[in-house]
Design a protein around this ligand. Structure first.
Ligand code: PRX
Length: 660
């Protein structure tokens, strides 16, 4: 696509087709507006109605929203429910009972299916095993699992007995697992011996062993190990047990434990701009409500849908749109263990054909890498597979550039399927700004309009509204049910990070955004803090800097910035000062490799810097402050046009411009 066309594309509008509008759960902009008006007229009444219609309560709530201790909002505080019952038990005795809940496709292509009834039995059995090991309501269980039915079972089983799960993505290092076990105070870890990705067997249990051995994990009394492959792994007597051992002879009936609506369903760690990752705590009632409602609104969930969200359960997208949403909505879903490029880069399209997927939800970074693959090899182009089952496409995790949007629209959705570009965050629990497929006219690259009841706005640094067309800070002015409740162990940080005083009590998302002048559509312009988005994975620059300087024998100082990348959205670029002086040539290359591997061990392979550059120093002002905007320009390969007169050491810029 030419540059000129790509600029024009941003102004093109794609309204939903008439037949789609007619059949949609939220039908046309009139349907959308009616919901927005309802929320506007009676905010609490609106949420109360949705909560009564979409959630099964064991004890009905009488209060909808308690704001007495804002920003620690409480939703439906006197109600009681169980999240797992809202995903599984509610289908028993309905036409969904024997419907396939999960179509699991393994890395090697083997397919396994479970019905809602069978899944309930498996979750109940696992819940009984947890109970038999003394795990109870309020305990925290760390889950470090591959994408498997068992991963979903472990999460649902925790929810069933009121234990709070904390899932850690299987790509994180032993150190990261250790920090999360310690911070969350886990009493048990659920893991697998290995995970299979792209034909490779990668250890998980060995990483858990290393994490526990690193100290502070005395609270972990049990490690449950799913035997994903026949390969043996180390087992610690008394502490470690295989799934086979704990499930043998176990009853497959387990009554769900009702919990208060505000009971923490899970704690999921995510990166912030400063310090260590924060444990985002979500409540049960509001979260379950939003998982269900957004399935209906954003994905127009229908009984015959085959829904496929490609996200890993280690991220929020895998929580809401793999573990909870599709089950609560009663749709069949695909769970995929592998990676999009194995055994070939047409795997996603092949799976859409094989499982007759209707709703496909993935990240822009995956789309961009598959565009590249299809450009260089016709055989993996989506045109080689039948995609006529598709009716909705989704995008999540990062801004989708109009070129990628158009390719997705034409080549995957065959100009028939609306694309829902869903903006949200770990903290929001579910979608907050997104098109509705049977209502919103689409504009490539824009997440369009807030969902009904979501008071999204763009403001300046004092919280004043910005006019359309003027960029600013994205906030949400009113609470919503699925919002973050607190940062585990750090309520002060919660208040400071998300409800800074100068913003009039609004929720600060951490992104910049602009609304279009014609339609008021939102376009996210990227993070306004020191958080990077690499392949849709959220990384704190400070976290990577701390990892680098922890290599104390080598590194004196480090600064990390992002630079745009065609495939991964942003790439990590590290500027490093070594204790031994600036290396060049092969030595520089060898040390860069050593540092990349070090970061992979400290955080995980996803945090490895793509570029590492060495200097005798970093560009600093006379007061010693690192000038990050200069580093950002250097990372992009731009000539420095900014004012450098306040720079202590301008000569350093030439050194840092050199790549190795
Ligand atoms: O910067 C925004 C970006 O991802 C951040 C949230 O990351 P995380 O908590 O890991 O959750 C990702 C999956 C929900 C946001 O602050 N982001 C997410 N979705 C979009 C997006 N940026 C632009 N457009 C989106 N649709």
């Amino acid at each position: 696509m030419s540059a000129i066309e790509s600029v024009l594309v941003e102004n093109r509008v794609f309204p939903p087709a008439d037949n789609f509008v007619k059949a949609a759960r939220v039908s046309g902009m009139a349907g959308y507006q009616a919901l927005c008006d309802e929320a506007e007229k009676d905010f609490e009444g609106f949420w109360a109605r949705l909560a009564r219609e979409n959630v099964q309560w064991t004890k009905p709530f009488t209060t909808t929203l308690d704001q007495s201790n804002a920003p620690f909002f409480r939703w439906f505080p006197d109600g009681e429910l169980n999240a797992s019952a809202n995903c599984l038990d509610k289908h028993i005795g309905t036409p969904n009972e024997n419907k396939t809940a999960i179509i699991f496709e393994a890395d090697d292509g083997a397919v396994t299916k479970v019905t809602f009834k069978e899944l309930l039995a498996r979750v109940s059995q696992f819940a009984n095993a947890l109970k038999a090991h003394g795990i109870k309501k309020g305990d925290r269980v760390l889950i470090y699992m591959p994408m498997t039915i068992e991963g979903v079972v472990a999460m649902q089983a925790c929810a069933r007995i009121g234990a709070t799960h904390s899932v850690v993505f299987g790509g994180f290092s032993a150190k990261a697992v250790n920090e999360r076990i310690v911070d969350v105070g886990a009493v048990a870890v659920v893991t697998a011996n290995y995970q299979l990705r792209g034909g490779k067997e990668l250890p998980l249990k060995a990483i858990v062993d290393e994490a526990i051995a690193a100290g502070g994990c005395e609270g972990v009394k049990n490690v449950f190990v799913f035997e994903r492959t026949p390969t043996a792994c180390n087992m610690v007597a008394g502490r470690d047990k295989t799934f086979g051992e704990i499930l043998a002879g176990r009853s497959s009936e387990c009554a769900p434990v009702p919990v208060e609506a505000e009971h923490p369903l899970f704690i999921l760690y995510t990166s912030g701009s400063t310090g260590k990752p924060k444990g985002v705590q979500h409540a049960t009632g509001g979260y379950v409500l939003w998982a269900k409602v957004t399935m209906d609104w954003t994905f127009d969930a229908k009984p015959d849908d085959v829904f496929w969200c490609t996200a890993d359960i280690g991220w929020i997208t895998g929580h809401t749109y793999v573990c909870y949403g599709p089950l609560a909505a009663g749709v069949t879903q695909v769970v995929f263990e592998g990676i999009p490029t194995y055994p070939h880069a047409g795997r996603f399209w092949e799976m859409i054909e094989r499982h007759k997927v209707t709703t496909f939800y993935t990240a822009p970074t995956a789309i961009r890498s598959l565009i590249k693959a299809a450009d260089s090899d016709e055989k993996v182009h989506p045109k080689n597979w039948n995609k006529s089952s598709l009716r909705i496409l989704g995008s999540v995790g990062e801004p989708i550039n109009p070129e990628a949007w158009m390719w997705y629209y034409r080549n995957v959705g065959e100009e028939r399927c609306p694309i829902v570009d869903t903006f949200w965050q770990t903290e929001t629990g579910g979608h907050v700004i997104t098109p509705l497929p049977g209502a919103t006219p689409l504009v490539p690259g824009s997440c369009t309009l807030p969902l009904p009841g979501i008071a999204a706005a763009i403001v300046d640094e004092s919280g004043n509204d910005m006019a359309n067309g003027a960029g600013g800070i994205l906030v949400i002015k009113k609470p919503w049910p699925a919002m973050i409740r607190t940062i585990w162990n750090d309520p002060e940080r919660f208040k400071k990070s998300y409800f800074p005083e100068e913003l009039k009590g609004y929720y600060l998302a951490g992104d910049g955004a602009v609304r279009s002048e014609d339609r008021g559509y939102f376009r996210i312009t990227g993070r306004i803090d020191d958080v990077l988005n690499v392949s849709g994975h959220r990384m704190g620059t400070m976290e990577i800097e701390s990892a680098l300087v922890a290599k104390t024998d080598l590194v004196a100082e480090a600064a990390v910035v992002g630079r745009p990348d065609d495939v991964t959205g942003e790439a990590i670029c590290a500027f490093v000062v070594l204790k031994r002086g600036r290396p060049t040539g092969d030595e520089a290359k060898a040390i860069a490799t050593e540092l990349r591997n070090w970061v992979a061990k400290e955080i995980g392979p996803i945090a490895k810097p793509k570029d590492i550059r060495f200097g005798d120093n970093l560009p600093k002002t006379r007061s010693g402050k690192i000038m990050r905007r200069l580093l950002r320009s250097l990372a992009k390969g731009e000539a420095i046009t900014q004012d450098t007169s306040t720079l202590e050491n301008p000569a350093i810029l030439d050194q840092l411009a050199e790549t190795n």
